[in-house]
Design a protein around this ligand. Structure first.
Ligand code: PMP
Length: 287
């Protein structure tokens, strides 16, 4: 099905949605993006995603040529015009067309692209049985090199980790940071449950501040579950009672094996199940 793509101010059919080969988004991964989700035609936590987009842009000295309100309107219009109920929205801002050199000052106009499409989900059975993941050798980017809090178009760090995971037969992979602490997965944040509390790496571990992560922390707090954002090691993962991942596309997905070790009894646990349900209710009520 042909989509209407928002491209810097207008909607064009996807066949005509083209940008320059000189765009630094393409040449250097110079730009930022967001992945959003709509439920029943409403975008979940739109404001939070837009704020994160503008913060990422600010961190790389990229001025987005429209206001946050205009961006929200454009996203909502993309969902409406493409008649997306439960779908996925990719919002991309590139540095724009420049010269072959690195200098961003030679780029003329940042390009804003919004693609609203169907969502491709992990297979349903993985939510029932839980995922098996491995820790990969590719470290999460050092925050002083390219801070993982910036959702930049340069995702090679994550892609290399994903490839290593896929080669080991795992569709998601756990990345450690430069200190050897647990950071996050290639496209999802990680949570552990131990002794009834919820544990997750802090932002300083060098992770993306996931919108789903924040929502799940709120769900846990509402349920009276203690939440600890604290540095974690692989050992903490191995001895956890439960483990799950969060992300816009994945939502809340249980992890039952890490590096071939069963987590807890090797089945999705009760706290994970409870938070899955609470998160689902949140998407149905507050989007
Ligand atoms: N970490 C990384 C590296 C990601 O790319 C993502 C988004 N796919 C997440 C975590 C989860 O973030 P969110 O809940 O905002 O989708």
């Amino acid at each position: 099905m042909s989509r209407q793509i928002y491209l810097s101010g207008k909607f064009v059919p996807q066949e005509d949605a083209k940008i320059s080969v000189f765009d630094h988004g393409l040449l250097y991964g110079d730009g930022v993006f967001e992945g959003l989700r709509s439920y029943d035609g409403k975008v979940f936590r739109l404001h939070e995603h837009i704020v994160r987009l503008y913060e990422s842009a600010k961190a790389i000295w990229l001025t987005i040529p429209m206001s946050q309100d205009q961006m929200c309107d454009a996203v909502n219009e993309s969902v409406r015009i493409n008649k997306i109920d439960d779908g996925y929205i990719r919002l991309v801002v590139t540095r724009g067309a420049g010269t072959l050199g690195l200098d961003p000052n030679r780029c003329s106009h940042p390009q804003v692209i919004i693609i609203a499409d169907a969502i491709s989900l992990y297979p349903k059975e993985l939510y029932e049985k839980g995922l098996e993941i491995i820790t990969v050798s590719v470290q999460r980017m050092h925050p002083a090199a390219l801070n993982p809090r910036i959702k930049s178009l340069n995702y090679l760090n994550n892609i290399l980790a994903k490839i290593e995971g896929l080669q080991a037969g795992c569709i998601e992979a756990l990345m450690l940071n430069h200190k050897g602490e647990v950071a996050e997965c290639t496209g999802d944040n990680i949570f552990l449950v131990r002794r009834g509390a919820l544990w997750t790496p802090p932002l300083e571990a060098g992770i993306l501040e996931g919108i789903t992560r924040d929502a799940v922390i709120e769900c846990a707090q509402a349920a009276g579950i203690e939440v600890r954002e604290t540095p974690l090691t692989k050992h903490d993962v191995y001895i956890a009672d439960e483990c799950f991942l969060t992300g816009t596309a994945a939502e809340v997905i249980p992890v039952v094996k890490v590096d071939s070790r069963p987590i807890g009894p090797g089945q999705p646990g009760p706290v994970t199940r409870d938070l899955e349900q609470r998160f689902k209710r949140l998407t149905q009520t507050s989007s």
